[in-house]
Design a protein around this ligand. Structure first.
Ligand SMILES: Cc1ncc(COP(=O)(O)O)c(C=O)c1O
Length: 350
């Protein structure tokens, strides 16, 4: 049984990128590390010739809309998915927002920065959401699917049950394309009033530095967010990326990547399960897994001495010092990591 609670959280603005740097193998940030495909690199490079003009987002909105079988007026492009949290916090005039935790901390940070008091629904392991635990009076509910950092995928049916008159349901689908076929995505759903679906193009396509994401929802809701958005929030290269990443070719490529990820994740999970005292949380469904082990904070420090960066868990509400998040990488990297972790767990620094 989960309990809503209000507690201050001092470190909501800690993100995994603070834990990596030169010399570390990066298992802390959930951005895919792979060479950029030509179908993305070419239009990105070509867009540089248009930088003297202000960005025109019409073609990119149309491309994203077509990809999700929606109208252009149902798409709001943002400077990374992260910007959407600020727009939602500032533009909707909500009074009783609730964030389902553990999850990405930026929605709550943005809401608090905009002056809102935020309620939390903290799910205990295995982080399964029961819609009945969400208070009826919440006029904004923020939930991730699949959720960072738990890697848990909620069913579309569960999320649909959160829709209410007078409520905005913001489903953060930044990692939806890591699930083959995206069976639980609500991105195409036009029948659910108050639904906003948030997508990111920075994860699978390795574009964290470019900043491109988007919201999908009813035009009246998006108009309220557009009204508080900065002028030209998305650069011309980011618009070019949005077009390229919405093509059928990109969609097929994303699905192939997701299918391969399932294998790589299974390898990581089964390898981790051979280690004493290591528990993999829930049923991981995305490009990272959440791990519980006693003394994780100390283990993480020792791994850093060996050049391995994993994401601390204690900055996520609902987790604590015994949790770390580990990105799914190729099998060779996983094998090397698990060997080092085994050695650290034995108390031997190799
Ligand atoms: C769940 C989740 N949503 C949104 C974002 C923001 O992504 P973007 O790079 O598109 O701003 C992140 C980034 O880590 C994330 O983990």
């Amino acid at each position: 049984m989960a309990h809503p609670e209000i507690t201050p959280e001092p470190d909501l603005r800690h993100h995994g990128d603070a834990e990596v740097g030169a010399g570390y193998v990066d298992l802390a940030v959930n951005v895919r590390l792979a060479p950029m495909p030509g179908w993305l690199a070419t239009p990105l490079a070509e867009s540089l010739a248009q930088l003297s003009a202000y960005p025109d987002d019409r073609a990119a909105r149309a491309a994203v809309a077509a990809r999700h079988e929606r109208a252009s007026s149902e798409v709001l492009l943002t400077a990374g998915a992260a910007q959407a949290f600020t727009l939602v916090a500032q533009g909707l005039g909500v009074r009783t927002p609730l964030v389902v935790h553990p999850q990405f901390t930026e929605p709550e940070a943005a809401l608090r920065a905009a002056g809102h008091e935020v309620r939390r629904l903290v799910l205990p392991p295995p982080f399964v959401l029961d819609p009945a635990d969400v208070p009826d009076d919440a006029d904004l509910v923020v939930v991730g699917n699949p959720t960072n950092p738990t890697s848990v995928l909620h069913s579309a049916r569960t999320l649909e049950r959160l829709v209410r008159p007078g409520r905005v349901l913001l489903v953060d689908e930044a990692f939806a394309d890591t699930v083959p076929g995206e069976p639980e995505s609500l991105a195409h759903r036009r029948d659910l009033p108050g639904l906003l679906v948030l997508r990111s193009l920075t994860k699978t396509w390795g574009l964290a530095g470019l900043r491109i994401g988007y919201l999908l929802g009813r035009p009246d809701l998006l108009a309220r967010l557009r009204a508080v958005a900065p002028l030209w929030p998305v650069s011309t290269p980011a618009l070019a990326a949005a077009i390229a990443c919405s093509s059928d070719q990109a969609r097929r490529a994303a699905d192939e990547i997701a299918v391969h990820l399932v294998e790589e994740r299974a390898h990581l999970v089964s390898s981790l399960r051979t280690l004493p005292g290591v528990q993999v949380a829930g049923e991981p469904s995305s490009s990272f897994v959440l791990v519980r082990l006693t003394g994780a904070a100390r283990v993480r420090e020792q791994l850093r001495l060996l050049g391995w960066a994993v994401r601390r868990g204690d900055t996520f509400p609902g987790l604590g010092p015994d949790w770390v998040r580990v990105a799914v990488r190729d099998k060779a990297t996983t094998d090397a990591f698990v060997d080092q972790l085994r050695a650290v767990l034995r108390g031997v620094l190799t």
